[in-house]
Design a protein around this ligand. Structure first.
Ligand SMILES: Nc1ncnc2c1ncn2[C@@H]1O[C@H](COP(=O)(O)OP(=O)(O)O)[C@@H](O)[C@H]1O
Ligand SMILES: [Mg+2]
Length: 237
């Protein structure tokens, strides 16, 4: 990797009870890099993301962020360090308005005076939310809720954004929007670790990708390289 490493995960092993979900998995994201994880259902992609976000406790392995170990840190602490997650299934607060959801994303910040300004910036990035700022999040379409989930995650000004299956359940129109927004967010310098079932979309936009296969990484490479790999094409595209 040419870029300075932002996230380095080494030999990660995770169990749920007696079931091993990840076996000795290593991956990295450079500063400002867009990295994807693809692979079949149940392969352990979400588990890898959750381990990084402090949502599951690994049995063994090292997780370094900005060269410091973050193993054992709680999600709130990780947000303060500059890591933010767009969880699987979006999880916006349905009875709160768009604005309130965005404000929730800024909970770890102390520069309150800048928050309003940042909300406006996010509404510029997701114009479809602009006219709906006082609407309850639960009344938004799935695609708009996904935009809001991204907006909320961006409110903490992350250096590393983790996103779990953001295209899931979205119409082709919104899958295109998401893919454009991921590029745009990354283009402004935010590192992204993207877990996707939609391998084509993910490989088209990422710099590098990891291909998972039941608890392990079976292949890694540049997005373009993986996109043209015959084995990947046969299984995932
Ligand atoms: N909370 C959980 N409790 C028990 N097993 C789980 C839990 N979450 C995931 N698993 C299991 O761990 C494995 C990896 O799951 P997951 O990380 O969700 O895969 P992916 O995101 O690639 O679909 C699967 O076998 C899954 O059934
Ligand atoms: Mg998953």
């Amino acid at each position: 990797m040419e870029k300075r490493p932002l996230l380095e995960v080494r030999n990660l092993t995770v169990y749920y009870g007696t079931v091993r979900a990840l076996n000795n998995v290593s991956f990295a994201v450079g500063e400002g890099e867009l990295v994807c994880m693809i692979g079949p259902n149940g392969a352990g992609k979400s588990t890898a993301l959750k381990a990084v976000a402090g949502l599951v406790r690994p049995k063994s392995g090292e997780i370094l962020y900005d060269r410091n170990s973050i193993s054992g840190l709680h999600p709130e602490g990780l947000v303060r360090l500059g890591m933010s997650i767009v969880p699987e299934g979006r999880r916006v607060f349905p009875s709160m308005t768009v604005l309130e959801n965005l404000e929730m994303g800024a909970y770890a910040r102390h520069d309150v005076h800048r928050v309003c300004q940042d909300i406006e910036e996010i509404l510029e990035l997701f114009p479809s939310l602009k006219d709906r700022r006082r609407q309850k999040a639960g009344t938004l379409s799935t695609g708009e809720q996904q935009m809001l989930a991204f907006g909320r995650a961006l409110m903490s000004k992350p250096k590393l954004l983790l996103a779990d299956e953001p295209s899931d359940g979205l119409s082709p129109y919104y899958i295109d929007v998401i893919s454009e927004k991921l590029k745009e967010i990354n283009g402004k310098g935010t590192g992204i670790l993207l877990v996707e079932q939609n391998a084509r979309m993910a490989l088209e936009i990422c710099h590098r990708g990891y291909v998972f296969k039941i608890g392990e990484i079976m292949m890694e490479g540049e997005g373009k390289e993986l996109l043209s790999n015959p084995e990947i094409r046969k299984v995932f595209l």
